[in-house]
Ligand binder design. Structure first.
Ligand code: IMP
Ligand code: MG
Length: 179
């Protein structure tokens, strides 16, 4: 385990089997369709690449980078589009793939934006859901794990751009972020 980790919250094996199960549900729900799968950079990349390989339906891939957080662990309260989609979403079934829902700010804004742009459906798939922290009315259509209010790293999730490449999800030691 990484020395900055308090403990491992979810092992590689636990993540692997849960992501597979959720992908199977999505696969069933989208039979006969070709959704645009939108990954939210950068936190979702590992989850995204595992998730899409567990789908048997045809998909198109696209990415967006937004920020509601600065470099640290405290929300700044404004959504900024840093990289927009390449594809036009009008008339498309869109699946947003996100690493974690915290306050719900990012996804509430993104979902509204994609509807405004004419997407015919927008569904949210998340790896982690911190239900306790919710401030915006947003519920993921598919969620892999509900977690307690801890700052977590690994499997794509970062603190100050570090730890994304850890293969498991760990709880970051409080002394590292001074929380
Ligand atoms: P929201 O807009 O408040 O729902 O925040 C969602 C974003 O905050 C995620 O996409 C993450 O980038 C970041 N975030 C929230 N909690 C954590 C965490 O525990 N570890 C790493 N990033 C987090
Ligand atoms: Mg982040």
């Amino acid at each position: 385990m990484h020395p900055d980790c308090e403990k491992i919250m979810l092992t590689e094996e636990e993540i692997r089997s849960r992501v597979k199960a959720v992908a199977l549900e999505v696969d069933r729900a989208y039979q006969g369709k070709c959704p645009l799968v939108v990954g939210i950079l950068k936190g979702s990349i590992i989850f995204y690449s595992d998730f899409i390989r567990d789908l048997s339906i045809p998909v198109e891939l696209d990415f967006m980078a937004v920020s509601s957080y600065g470099s640290g662990a405290v929300s700044s309260g404004k959504l900024r589009i840093k990289k927009d989609l390449d594809k036009d979403v009008s008339g498309r079934d869109v699946i947003i793939v996100e690493d974690i829902i915290d306050s719900g700010f990012t996804l509430a804004n993104l979902k509204a934006l994609l509807h405004e742009r004419g997407a015919s459906s927008v569904c949210i798939v998340t790896l982690l859901n911190k239900v306790e922290r919710r401030e915006y009315d947003i519920v993921p259509d598919y969620n892999c794990f509900e977690i307690a209010n801890e700052f977590v790293i690994g499997y794509g999730l970062d603190y100050n751009e570090q730890y994304r490449n850890l293969p498991y999800i760990g709880i970051l030691k409080r002394e590292v972020y001074g929380g």
